[in-house]
Write a protein of this length. Structure first.
Length: 236
């Protein structure tokens, strides 16, 4: 397995990250040595916040039922007694003009329901992650997409919006994904108005981490270059 602790340090330094990147893995069974999440959260993306704070744990399907939308993107069927909650939530969102029902089929989902979902800070992951979530100001996480381009890793050009949780299956399907976040996610994760997400498929993380230092150094050089040009050429 790759040295994810070193990789987190490398990426944090290169990108100037303020939050720890979160490793997420979808598995058929719980890994040895990782405890099950205990307690309750209002959404699947709430677990991103908990993991970024330094905790490592896994969840099962029932831990996600409080969020019908997140359960949908993770392909987790709600139990019969809660099956109407997805329709109720979508009805609320459509009635206030937040989404249109015809948008729902375009929401990316995991291809199969996972038995467990493992959440850890990147440097503490006990398994190879399927996706890694990075959070930060656009000027910093921009470097991830530039590093992906340098490494020849596929990157989805459009910014994804609501729901934020679909960025995980979208990254698995399409490559590096940038997401603006959504209002629910921002409430549940404390995402700042000046921050967004970049989600990286775990299979490409090593290549991107290797390219990130080169990209960060190049950006520092280009910052000085463009600042000098502005000072020399701008009349306003």
């Amino acid at each position: 397995m790759a040295d994810y602790r070193r990789m987190e340090e490398q990426l944090t330094e290169a990108l100037g990250l303020r939050r720890r990147p979160v490793a997420v893995a979808f598995r058929d069974a719980a890994p040895t040595g990782v405890t099950k999440f205990s307690g309750s959260e209002p959404s699947g993306c709430s677990f991103w916040r908990v993991a970024a704070s330094g905790r490592s744990f896994y969840t099962v399907a029932s831990d996600h039922y409080n969020c019908p939308i997140g359960s949908y993107t993770h392909n987790l069927a709600l139990p019969a007694e809660r099956a109407t909650e997805l329709e109720q939530t979508l009805s609320l969102m459509t009635s206030i003009g937040y989404i249109k029902m015809e948008e729902v089929p375009g929401i990316t989902r995991l291809p199969a329901p996972p038995a467990v979902v493992i959440y850890t800070p990147l440097g503490a992951t006990p398994v190879d992650p399927d996706v890694v979530l990075f959070t930060g100001p656009p000027g910093r996480v921009m470097l991830l997409q530039e590093a992906a381009a340098r490494a020849g890793v596929p990157a989805q050009a459009p910014l994804l919006g609501r729901p934020t949780c679909m960025s995980l299956p979208a990254a698995l399907a399409h490559g590096v994904i940038a997401s603006t976040g959504c209002v629910g996610n921002r409430v549940y994760t404390d995402l700042g108005e000046d921050e967004l997400y970049v989600t990286v498929p775990g299979r490409h993380l090593t290549a991107i981490a290797d390219a990130a230092q080169t990209i960060a150094a190049a950006n520092r050089t280009l910052f000085s270059y463009h600042r000098e040009r502005r000072q020399a050429l701008a009349t306003e």
